[in-house]
Design a protein around this ligand. Structure first.
Ligand code: TRP
Length: 330
C-alpha cells in the first residue's frame, strides 16, 4: 500500500524554540512513523520578508537542520530539503499564478495581518504571492496532509482551490491537501505574551544550555497578584503554569491547586518546570552535539533529501507540462 504523503516546513528566519517543539516538531516526529514525510526549509519564502538578510538565512539553514535532527526527525524517515534548490517549485508557482487573482491574495487574513505588522502600505509582489508558492511546495510532491498552525489555514484553503482549479482546467493529476492543525494551544512566551517568538525575546531555544534554561525561567513573568507565597494565584494568566500543562501534563492539576491555594510558591513551581524542560532538552542536546560535530554528514542529509524531492518534482512537472500542453518536443 502506498503511504499518504505529509509535507510541512519552516521559514528559515531563526532558530527554533520550545513553541515550535510543542506546536509542530513533536508532531512531526510522530508523523514520520506513519506517513511518507517531507519537511521543507523555506528559504525562498524567508526572502519574502528577509531579502536583504542573505547571511542570516544561510546561517539559519544549518541551525534549523540541527534543530530538526536534535528533536528526533530522522533523515531515513523524513525527507528534509531546501526549497530554493528545487527549481521546479518556482516553475510550478509561475504556472499557478496565471489563474490566482490578486484580490484573493490581498483579502487573505494572514497576509493582511502580516503586512500590517510590517507597517508597509504597499506590498512586495513575492510576499503577496507566497501562498501561491506555498501551494507549489505542497503540490509538487502531491502531499495530502499538511500539518500547520492555525494562522496557515487561509493559505491551505487557497491551496485547495488552486489544486482544484488546476485539475479542472487541465487534468486531474494534483492532490488536494488537507490541513492538520495540532491540538496543543500555542505556547506563551516567558513574558506572558500570547506567542513565544524569537523576535519578542521571550523564547527558550532548543539549543539552550542548562544555565540558559534556568535563567530564562527564573526571569519569567508570573501572576503579579502573588507578592507573598500565601497569596492565592491565578494559574491561567501565568506562563509557568502554561509550561506545566505542556511539559508536565499529569502533574498540572496539582500545580493549579497549589498555586490557587497559595501553598506552592512561584520559585518552587519554577524549579519543577526548569527540571522538566531540562529533561526534555537534554537528549536533544546529545543528538545535536553528534550532528554538530559532523557538518559534512548534515550537508549530506540536506543534499540527499533535496535530490529526492527534486526527482519527485521533475516527475510531477513532466505530468504538469503534458496536462498544460507545454511538452512541445516529447
Ligand atoms: N508559511 C509556513 C509558516 O510560516 C512555512 C511553509 C512554507 C509551509 N511552505 C510550506 C508550511 C508548505 C506548510 C506547507 O509556517
Amino acid at each position: 500500500m502506498i503511504k499518504e504523503r505529509v509535507l510541512t516546513g519552516d521559514r528559515v528566519t531563526g532558530k527554533l524554540h520550545l513553541g515550535h517543539y510543542v506546536g509542530s516538531l513533536s508532531n512531526r516526529v510522530a508523523l514520520q512513523n506513519k506517513y511518507e514525510t517531507f519537511v521543507l526549509l523555506a528559504d525562498v519564502q524567508a526572502l519574502t520578508t528577509h531579502f536583504d538578510k542573505k547571511e542570516l538565512i544561510r546561517r539559519h539553514l544549518r541551525d534549523i537542520t540541527l534543530d530538526y535532527l536534535s528533536v528526533g526527525i530522522h533523515p531515513d524517515r523524513t525527507t528534509i530539503f531546501v526549497q530554493s534548490m528545487v527549481p521546479e517549485i518556482a516553475e510550478l508557482t509561475v504556472l499557478f499564478s496565471m489563474f490566482v487573482t490578486v484580490n484573493s491574495l490581498r483579502h487573505n487574513p494572514t497576509i493582511k495581518a502580516e503586512s500590517k505588522s510590517a507597517g508597509l502600505d504597499d506590498m512586495y509582489y513575492g510576499f503577496l504571492g507566497y501562498p501561491v508558492s506555498q501551494t507549489a511546495d505542497i503540490a509538487f510532491c502531491k502531499a495530502s496532509i499538511v500539518p500547520v498552525g492555525d494562522d496557515q489555514l487561509p493559505h491551505l484553503e487557497l491551496s485547495r482551490k488552486i489544486v482544484r482549479r488546476f485539475n479542472e482546467l487541465y487534468q486531474p493529476i494534483l492532490v488536494e491537501p488537507k490541513p492538520l492543525v495540532g491540538d496543543m494551544p500555542r505556547l506563551v512566551g516567558t513574558d506572558g505574551s500570547a506567542k513565544m517568538s524569537k523576535s519578542l525575546g521571550n523564547a527558550i531555544e532548543l539549543d539552550s544550555t542548562t544555565e540558559e534554561i534556568a535563567f530564562k525561567i527564573r526571569r519569567a513573568k508570573t501572576d503579579p497578584a502573588r507578592v507573598h507565597k500565601q497569596d492565592p494565584g491565578h494559574p491561567d494568566i501565568c506562563p509557568i503554569y502554561a509550561y506545566h500543562r505542556a511539559f508536565r501534563p499529569q502533574e498540572s492539576a496539582e500545580i493549579r491547586e497549589g498555586c490557587e491555594r497559595g501553598s506552592l510558591g512561584c520559585s518552587a513551581c519554577k524549579q519543577l518546570i526548569t527540571q522538566a524542560v531540562e529533561q526534555l532538552i537534554e537528549p536533544m542536546r546529545e543528538r545535536r552535539a553528534y550532528y554538530a560535530s559532523r557538518p559534512k554528514a548534515v550537508d549530506e542529509i540536506l543534499m540527499t533529501g533535496t535530490n529526492r524531492a527534486r526527482e519527485i518534482a521533475r516527475e510531477t512537472m513532466r505530468e504538469v507540462r503534458e496536462a498544460m500542453c507545454l511538452n512541445y518536443f516529447d
